[in-house]
Structures are given as C-alpha cells and as structure tokens.
Design a protein around this ligand. Structure first.
Ligand code: DX5
Ligand code: ZN
Length: 223
C-alpha cells in the first residue's frame, strides 16, 4: 500500500505562504492540498487560481485542489491553467456531475469526487469508473482544526470495497481532523491519502510530524 500525506495549506501562515510550502515539501509531503472556499457552498472564503499559479513554479509537489465552491464548472479550466494536478468537487455543487468530471479530465487533470459526512455513497454508482480519487470528508467542510468524526471509519471501509471491485487504482483521500493519533485507524479502514492541515502547520517541527505520521502508517502495514 502506498500512503500519501497531503498537508492542507489552509492552516499555513498566509503571510509566508511560499516558505510554508517549501517547508512542507522538505518535510516529506507527497501532495499539496489546496482548499478553495467561496462563502456560498461553505461559510468561508479562501484562495483561488491566482494563488495556485503563484505556488506552481515554487514546488514540485502535485497540487491537489479541493473545490468547495458552487457552481464549479466555470472555475475548473482556470485551476488547470494555474497548474492544478488533481481537482475534486462536491456532487451537491454541480448540476451535472458527469459533465464536470469530463471537464476536469479534458483539462488534463485527475478528477476527484468529494463527499461530506452526510453525503451518501450512491453518488459513486455511476461515477466511480471515471474517478481518479474519492475524497471523504471527516469533518463538515469550511474550516481547519475541527474534530475527526469517527462514524466516517465504516464509510471509508465501504469506499475501499467499492474501489477494490473496480480493479482500478483510485486514491481514497480522507480530509478533516487527521492527526498522528488517528491516522493508523484511518489507514486501517482503507484510506491511502491523508489530508492534514492543523496537525502539520500547527506543529513546531513539520518534518517530525510527517515522520510520526509515517511511523504510525508503517505500524498499520506491518500489523
Ligand atoms: C476543510 C478542509 C480541510 C482542512 C483540514 O473544509 O477541506 O482540508 O484544511 O484541516 P484539518 O486537518 O485541520 O482538519
Ligand atoms: Zn480539503
């Protein structure tokens, strides 16, 4: 099992964003999680394609854009041009989920579908064969630093089973409240990609935190 750690820059110091990205890259991050909020689909407002384009030449990490915006289609080509590698969106925010998925792929990006804690997995029924990634929210979207909702663990396991049945390599990303003390249980449930905002950027030593997370993940693999 390949595990990936994706620091969410939502919890970075925005006055020093470039340095913060350098710091998580040298701390051993695998992806850069980029939370886009519009004060409409979620009650918060964050960063857009301009910031993505500024960070692109700064880092070799793939940029994992998590769109919490409604509508979604208009902004997708802008993020692709700004250097996004993965673009995920919430099915509730798109009138035509299949069209949005096709648009992301036409723009040359990997496509992800994001599920809020109460969003049913039935949205995977006619989409999973077109997905590169399933993003399961383990908090309600809008803010960093919230508590992991433990009832998401069986939902992770169910998605892992569905992915296994496809025989395809679809990433299973969990987002919200992920920390060293629960990352093992989240991996055990079936996740392979872990977003961590406050756990990394709120720590004094990013590299030590990433290392601790990897140790917990390794323990999961070796039993
Ligand atoms: C929440 C965002 C998350 C957030 C996670 O809406 O999608 O990516 O940054 O932050 P933590 O890890 O602090 O819960
Ligand atoms: Zn996110």
């Amino acid at each position: 099992m390949t595990y990936r750690i994706a620091p969410s820059i939502l919890s970075a110091d925005f006055a020093r964003l470039g340095e913060e990205v350098d710091a998580v890259e040298s701390a051993g991050a695998d992806l850069l999680h980029f939370d886009v909020m519009d004060n409409h689909y979620v009650p918060n407002l964050t960063i857009g394609p301009l910031v993505c384009a500024s960070l692109r030449p700064r880092t070799r990490l793939p940029i994992d854009v998590h769109l919490m915006v409604k509508p979604v289609d208009r902004i997708i080509p802008d993020f692709a041009k700004a250097g996004a590698n993965i673009i995920s969106f919430h099915p509730e925010a798109s009138e035509h989920v299949d069209r949005t998925l096709a648009l992301i792929r036409e723009c040359g990006c990997k496509a992800g579908l994001a599920f809020n804690p109460a969003t049913p997995l039935s949205h995977l029924d006619h989409t999973l064969d077109k997905l590169d990634l399933v993003l399961l929210m383990s908090v309600n979207p809008g803010f960093g630093g919230q508590q992991f909702i433990p009832s998401i663990l069986p939902k992770i396991a169910e998605v892992r089973q569905r992915i296994a049945r496809t025989g395809r390599d679809v990433w299973l990303e969990v987002d919200g409240g992920v920390k060293a003390d629960n990352i093992g249980a989240i991996a055990k449930a079936g996740a392979d990609t872990f977003v961590a905002g406050s756990a990394i950027f709120g720590s004094r030593d990013y590299a030590a935190t990433v290392r601790e997370m990897r140790t917990c993940l390794a323990r999961e693999t070796t039993g």
